[in-house]
Ligand binder design. Structure first.
Ligand SMILES: Nc1ncnc2c1ncn2[C@@H]1O[C@H](COP(=O)(O)OP(=O)(O)OP(=O)(O)O)[C@@H](O)[C@H]1O
Ligand SMILES: [Mg+2]
Length: 257
């Protein structure tokens, strides 16, 4: 079981879009995948058409309920979801005075591992920023994917994210790897986007994934129909890019082994 957290400081950088489509692509390749929606906005939950789980996600993160109680199927073969709800907004206050408040999800996943019929992959979607939910997701992960939109200047967010990440690695999860910075919403026709993409590649080198996710309106449309890009518009740039991303991540993983 390999666990990826998808996180970034800025909102609207394509975290949930990446979780949804990467999950669908892995499932289509025969790899059983569990999405964990840790964002109170619950976008991923809505897109996967899971029903509102009420206060269960909050109870999961405070350890009153096991993770396995929340896992439900989606409309797609081999793709499951642990849905989110607004109740997660209370996580910071519920956990503030508790011990191990940043490792709640990690402990949950450790217990979950003892079950059977485990997924090959877990993808954790997080709210923007570095709040307690994101810290839990990073503490529980093997590797982090960092979507970064190149539409607007986003470099400061990325720099502060990478600095925070080092802290997390030191304090919470020394084995956490960077699966890669993922350039999203790339419009190579504009000079601005090109400059930003080039700057990030210069600055972070090999930590940046080769695949870029182009700006593609089909990606925005597809989720409102509750469909991954591969079934909504199979020949779009979005489908091409997310297929390439999946192949790149699997390939990198094979090489690391
Ligand atoms: N490559 C893309 N091309 C066009 N639109 C995109 C692309 N990626 C994401 N979008 C759209 O941009 C918006 C933000 O994307 P998404 O919800 O995935 O970002 P997010 O990082 O999860 O945001 P938040 O931090 O608020 O959870 C959505 O409306 C989505 O449909
Ligand atoms: Mg999101």
């Amino acid at each position: 079981m390999k666990i990826f957290t998808i996180a970034s400081i800025k909102g609207g950088s394509g975290k949930s879009t990446t979780a949804f489509n990467l999950g669908a692509a892995l499932a289509a390749r025969g790899k059983k995948t569990l999405l964990i929606d840790l964002d109170p906005q619950a976008n991923l939950t809505l897109w996967a058409q899971a029903s509102d789980p009420g206060t269960l996600p909050l109870e999961m993160i405070t350890a009153r309920r096991p993770l396995r109680d929340l896992v439900t199927s989606t409309n797609f073969d081999r793709l499951q979801i642990c849905p989110a709800s607004e109740s997660l907004v209370f996580a910071p206050e519920e956990l503030s005075a508790k011990r191990n408040r940043d490792s709640r999800l990690k402990t949950q996943i450790e217990t979950f591992r003892h079950g059977h019929n485990l997924p090959a992959y877990i993808l954790i979607d997080t709210p923007p920023g570095f709040g307690i939910l994101t810290r839990n997701a990073l503490a529980a992960a093997d590797a982090v994917i960092i979507p970064t939109a190149t539409q607007f200047l986003n470099l400061s967010g990325l720099i502060s994210f990478m600095a925070h990440l080092e802290e997390i690695q030191e304090q919470l999860n020394p084995t956490l790897k960077v699966a890669g910075i993922l350039l999203t919403r790339v419009d190579r026709r504009t000079r601005h986007a090109q400059e930003i993409a080039n700057l990030i590649r210069q600055q972070y080198g090999k930590a940046v994934l080769r695949t870029e996710i182009r700006e593609n309106v089909k990606l925005a449309e597809s989720v409102s129909f509750g469909k991954p890009i591969f079934t909504y518009a199979s020949t779009s740039h979005g489908a091409e890019d997310y297929k390439a991303l999946t192949a790149e991540l699997l390939n990198n993983e094979r090489r690391r082994r």
